[in-house]
Design a protein around this ligand. Structure first.
Ligand SMILES: C[S@@+](CC[C@H](N)C(=O)[O-])C[C@H]1O[C@@H](n2cnc3c(N)ncnc32)[C@H](O)[C@@H]1O
Length: 176
């Protein structure tokens, strides 16, 4: 699996407890400091991640490399979130799963969006992007991680079909 904008590796570490033992963890991030922290934290939990400093808009892996590709609280920070989404889908194998977690519209979400100038992406917009990418089995739910920040999140998931006809997306998200 590939964790894009892996940060400290929190989501990969959390998912490790529910994924099969043989899963290989890969991660990319723009920040060398974040990657160094992720390496330490993941090794402390017994993971041996393959980490690379890279931009999610240009993922340094071949087409159809991964069974599972995810990004948590990354897309809403990007200048071109849909380009990043297309990159994530490019490196996903047909039949593979995409998982994206983002800030959602809420009082706390509005504070985050004002503080970090992130995109305010709505559920409808997120689902429309995934439909535009010709993805299948699209799902959505608000996420409550039990913290204030957790209440301001939402998650999308979708499968890359084994047979597809992809097209590029053009709609931009709404600025908050
Ligand atoms: C809010 S943090 C989320 C970290 C982690 N995914 C999590 O949920 O804990 C956003 C992360 O995305 C990284 N990031 C921002 N822009 C990026 C880009 N263009 N390509 C790759 N990583 C990026 C940042 O360095 C940071 O580690």
């Amino acid at each position: 699996m590939l964790d894009c904008g892996i940060g400290c590796g929190s989501l990969s570490i959390a998912l490790n407890s529910i994924l099969p033992d043989h899963v290989a963890f890969y991660g990319i991030d723009m920040s060398a400091a974040m990657l160094a922290t992720a390496d330490v934290m993941m090794r402390q939990t017994g993971l041996l991640p393959q980490l690379k400093q890279a931009d999610i808009h240009s993922i340094p892996y071949a087409d159809q490399s991964f069974d599972f590709v995810m990004a948590a609280h990354v897309l809403e920070h990007l200048p071109e979130p849909q380009r990043a989404l297309n990159e994530m889908i490019r490196v996903l194998k047909p039949g593979g799963m995409l998982f994206v977690c983002m800030t959602r519209r809420s009082v706390f979400g509005a504070l985050i969006q004002l503080r970090w100038r992130t995109w305010a992406i709505t559920e409808r917009q997120g689902v429309a992007w995934l439909q535009d990418c010709q993805l299948a089995d699209i799902g959505f739910r608000p996420v409550n991680l039990g913290s204030y920040a957790g209440k301001a999140s939402m998650a999308f998931w979708a499968r890359r079909p084994t047979k597809e006809r992809r097209k590029l997306q053009t709609e931009r998200p709404t600025a908050y």
